[in-house]
Design a protein around this ligand. Sequence first.
Ligand SMILES: [Cu+2]
Length: 421
Amino acid sequence: MSQNPLEIFSHNSQSVSRRGFLQCMAWLGTGAVWVMQGGVLRSQTLDEAAHSLKGSSDFTFVQISDSHIGFNKDANKDVISTLHASLDKINALPVQPDLLIHTGDLSHLAKAEQFDTLSQNLSSLRVKDQFFVPGEHDIADDLSEFHNRFGKNTKGDGWYSFDHKGVHFIGLVNVMHLKAGGLGLLGNDQLEWLEDDVRPLSASTPIVLFAHIPLWSVYPEWGWGTEDSAQALGYLKRFGSVTVLNGHIHQVMQKVEGNVTFHTAMSTAFPQPKPGSAPSPGPMKVNDNVLPTLLGITAIHRMASHHEIAIIDKPLASVTSVAHEEETSARDQQTEVSSLPHTISISNFKFVPEILSVKLGQTVRWINKDDSPHKVMANDGSFKSPLLDTNDHFEFTPTKTGTFGYFCSLHPHMTGSIKVD
Ligand SMILES: [Cu+2]
């Protein structure tokens, strides 16, 4: 996992220009297929896939991700419409998938009405077997709103497994109990459960593992990875075919490592920048006619005979040529930093200033200037904010001297400290 993330194969790899990337997306939309064979992903043309899927497809399932219901900023003011475009495409598939998997961030702010809106919309699907894992946006103080609707019959923080036509599916939760300076986390309880869960399976059982934050090191600088994923994957080493599906990064990235194929999905709501190509992750404003090509669904076809999994990424619309220069980044306009004393601005997924000195008795105020929510949490748990949406603030008055570390409990790579004297 020591690859430079920019060198990891993806549709927008260095080998293709931006124009090529968009043509690639359009090409995908018209039916390029990713096939996993013996642990290696390969692409097929539409004709090949249509032929091979028609006769030999055992079953298909579809993945959507990162609906962010409730998001209404510039990057996409109408996340319901773009969700609907995905759902319409799923309903129109010539072969209806057996299952739908949603890989998290159903909601933007974990509000009851946002979850309800998603449920209502998903009820229009012909696919009735729907499976979910939470994203960090689905946690308010806890996962209760998510659990009440989507986490029934799950274990621990919401992990579970099930079998479908010979494939063992495992849904994992890696957005809870995150630690300052860390990444996504599965935790010991879940790892132990996973080890037990797969123990009775024969090594020839195909495994599909899904979780919100990537279970591979996409870009740890932005928190795009899971601290203890190697241990989880260690339990799956003996299996011949393991497919890992994630969301969170709002773009397609794929990697094959031994018997494991990793795949991240696009968001139905808004795109995020390529790793390292912007000051921070977060909603990316792009030209309106580009947006539909960056939002999409993933259809995965499982072939009965060859233990192959074909992955089709299907953008909502096809745009054949849009110049790179037309893109703008919302974050370019987000460098505003408050000059008020004792104020920490949360901007571009950073606490500014990172270290703040105050006198005992003075109040510290955090203001979120990002289009993404954040949540301030003391390293020792002694104070925590509610979920802070854009322009929300939180105040805390230290009652003793010393240096106090804190982090964002949604994005634990964001850290800061307060020096009180
Ligand atoms: Cu955050």
